[in-house]
Each structure stands twice: as structure tokens, then as C-alpha cells.
Design a protein. Sequence first.
Length: 301
Amino acid sequence: MIRSVVAGVDGSRDSVAAVDWAAREALRRGLPLRLVHAWEAGLPGGDAAPDSSPELRAVQQHARQVLRSALDRLSRRYPPLAVSAEQVGRPPVPALLAEAENADLLVIGGQGSSGLGGFVSGTVALATAARTERPIVLVPAGESAETEHLPDADGRPSVDTPFRDVTVAVDIDGTYDDVLDFAFRAAEVRGAPLRAVHAWHVPFPHSRPAAGERARLRGAAEDELARLLEPWRVKYPAVDVREDLHEGRPAHALVRATGGAGLLVAGIRRHRTVAGRPTTGAVAHTLIHHVRCPVALVSHE
């Protein structure tokens, strides 16, 4: 089966930005793009019954118009791109999860509409990210082709300047092959630098260590980060890798470090709440809500 980039469509500002981002990413990867609009009408395929209410038929018509508008916009902006679209009669989260199973990656708006009724529901993005095993990219409203690039010499938005950095969050104690492979590939297809960010801290809760001990711990973290990245430098020799260490908690350090980045790539190790529901974990939750660039979450062990 040919993999594709899948984008969730709901007509929100986040969704429009996500669809355009997905189109550009599909072109960079040489993949087709598949658009999916999920809504619940109670029948297979999402069709409203002939005797359904005018309100329900209007929602169905709106869903079709959203997909048509997206297809028309993409055909104008990205004519070489192969695009397909489908209206799926399932709730948004299970529909997106099913689509993601055969996707190279799933792209959705970070705070998009929930589908039926059109109410804003960032929980759709969070719930989908917490459950999918495939890479997922959450795109904020306002993201555009220009914001992926550095401004020009006069400080104006441009698509003719180099791409902004791809930033990857690295935990030197974790198993991160899928995360690093995604990040290096994203940097390679953009011709962008890769900034590998590691947050380290001093494990002394009750006393402040001497400067020498702090320097030793930082040096050890630098050596371990360099060792971890070395095989990926060999695999992706064209990627300019920049190591960036920050002292502090991972979530806060990453939010600070991503200023000016074009894409943040982070690993996600799923957790379960007391009620047994899957959740993204505290670090991913913070990134989704506070990082201004697109965030790619990649499952890892």
C-alpha cells in the first residue's frame, strides 16, 4: 500500500493551516495527500437520512463544501500534488486514528473543530495524539509557507529564504530512534539545520552544588548527547546538526528553545490516567499548548 500524508479537515482556521502544511510536506516527501472530514450523522459514509432534519442536512452540506473548498484551494496552490478526499461517517478521533494506520504521518489543527456542530475542541487533537502510533503533526492557526522560512533582509516574510531550524527534543536516557529519524529526515527534505535540544538538571533537591560539580554534570550531558547523535550524523551527512543544552525542566526548556524554529519534533510516551484513558503526558501537553510552531509527536518506547 502506498503511504500518504493524511490531513484532518473541519473548516477551522487551524484546519486550513494544517491542510496547507500537509500539502507542502507531502510535496517535500514525494507522497500523495489524503483529506478526511469526520462527522457523525448516524449512517455509514456520514450521509443524512432523507427524512432527517433540515439542520442535519445542512451540516452534511457544510461538510461537503469544506472538502470541496480545500480541494479547490490545493489545486490552485500546489498543482503538482496528488490529492484525494473523503467524508467519513465516524466520530473524529476514531476516524483519524483509523486513517493514521496507513499514513506516513497525520496532520491536524492543534485547536480545530470537533466535526458535527463545528464547536472548537482542542481535545480532539489531544485525544488523537494520545492514541495514535503514527507520527502526528499539530499545526497552529496562522502557520503558512512564509512562516516556515526566515524573514528576508528587510525583515519581511518570504518563501525564498532558508527554512527555519527543525528542533528535536532529545532525552539521552530514552530510546529515540524513530524520533531522531523523523527529525533528521524533516531537516534533510527542507535543507534546514537540525537543533538537538537536551534539558539537563542537577539532581540535588536540597542544596546547591559547587560550580565544579555543575560543570561536570553539564560536560557529561554534552558528551552523551554527542555520542547519541553521532550515528545519525553519519546516516544524514547533509544535515547541519547543532547541539543545544539547557538547564531546567524539559517542558519549560523546550518552550524557550523553540523560539524561531519552523518545526519541533518530540517523542511521546503515552500514559494512562487513573480512569484508564490514554494521555500524552505532561511534557507533550505543555508543548502542544505553548509552542507556536508546528509540533510533531513521534511515539517511542
